[in-house]
Design a protein around this ligand. Structure first.
Ligand SMILES: [Zn+2]
Length: 254
């Protein structure tokens, strides 16, 4: 979906996915296209300019899939800088991964990147709204995942009873009445067993920064297996790498 190329007979899971793909294709192709209306269930796109480019897809029997039945993938028109297909919702979705990796990107940097990638004229305001939209979605999903840490711990211990999962919460503050997630230590039972039985008696420790809206650091203990490969023993998410957080990690590891 990053750079779709159409071919005759290509199948899409639904008409929505076909439409989405056409949109990405024309934006990257910097050409104006339009949907031809009133064709029942068929989806037909043609070039807005007097130009032969076209792609038609029709529903396949007994499924929701769509298949390209007509395609003429060459424009005789000139590229355009004014892409009406691009809006903040589209940019937010297309660049979601990159925004998630670079949440502190300045709007000007992001604007320049979009111009270089897509060769289109869009305002900085549209870029600003796209960034906000993407970050709201990313942070939302991250928060929702932190909500599930207790379920995760319970499930790990249910499936692998010898496992150790420890969660540290900061006590609730009087004004918010809700605690704050601080740390989580995980050591899966089978990994622990295999380390003691089959690995060399050597433990490596290291920490690294985590990218994402909440930051934090990952502490890890690894061993060396009989094939000279790294062998994960236990890991922990902590707020930062300090003597106190390492001590917390190591007491469980021991
Ligand atoms: Zn054209």
């Amino acid at each position: 979906m990053e750079r779709p190329v159409f071919e005759l007979g290509m199948i899409f899971k639904s008409s929505q996915i076909f439409r989405k793909t056409v949109r990405i294709h024309v934006i990257l192709d910097t050409r104006p296209i339009q949907l031809v209306k009133n064709f029942g269930k068929k989806v037909k796109y043609v070039c807005e300019k007097p130009c032969e480019w076209r792609v038609y897809a029709s529903p396949m029997k007994k499924t929701t899939s769509y298949q390209i039945e007509t395609i003429l993938n060459k424009h005789s028109c000139m590229p355009t800088f004014n892409q009406l297909q691009i809006n903040s919702t589209w940019i937010a979705e297309y660049y979601e991964k990159e925004i998630g990796m670079n949440p502190t990107w300045h709007v000007a940097t992001f604007h320049k990147k979009i111009f270089n990638d897509l060769k289109c004229n869009i305002s900085k305001y549209v870029v600003y709204r796209a960034k906000i939209r993407a970050l709201m979605k990313i942070n939302g999903t991250h928060s929702a995942q932190f909500d599930q840490v207790w379920d995760y711990a319970y499930e790990v211990k249910r499936v692998l009873p010898d496992s150790i999962v420890k969660i540290l919460f900061k006590d609730p503050e009087p004004e918010t009445e809700s605690g704050r997630f601080m740390r989580m230590y995980v050591c899966m039972g089978p990994l622990k067993y295999a380390f003691t039985q089959f690995c060399r008696h050597l433990v490596g420790l290291d920490g690294c920064h985590l990218k994402g809206p909440f930051g934090g650091q990952l502490l890890a203990a690894v061993g060396v297996d009989s094939n000279d490969g790294m062998y994960p023993i236990a890991w922990a998410f902590v707020e930062s790498e300090t003597t106190e957080s390492w001590t917390w990690f190591l007491q469980f590891l021991a």
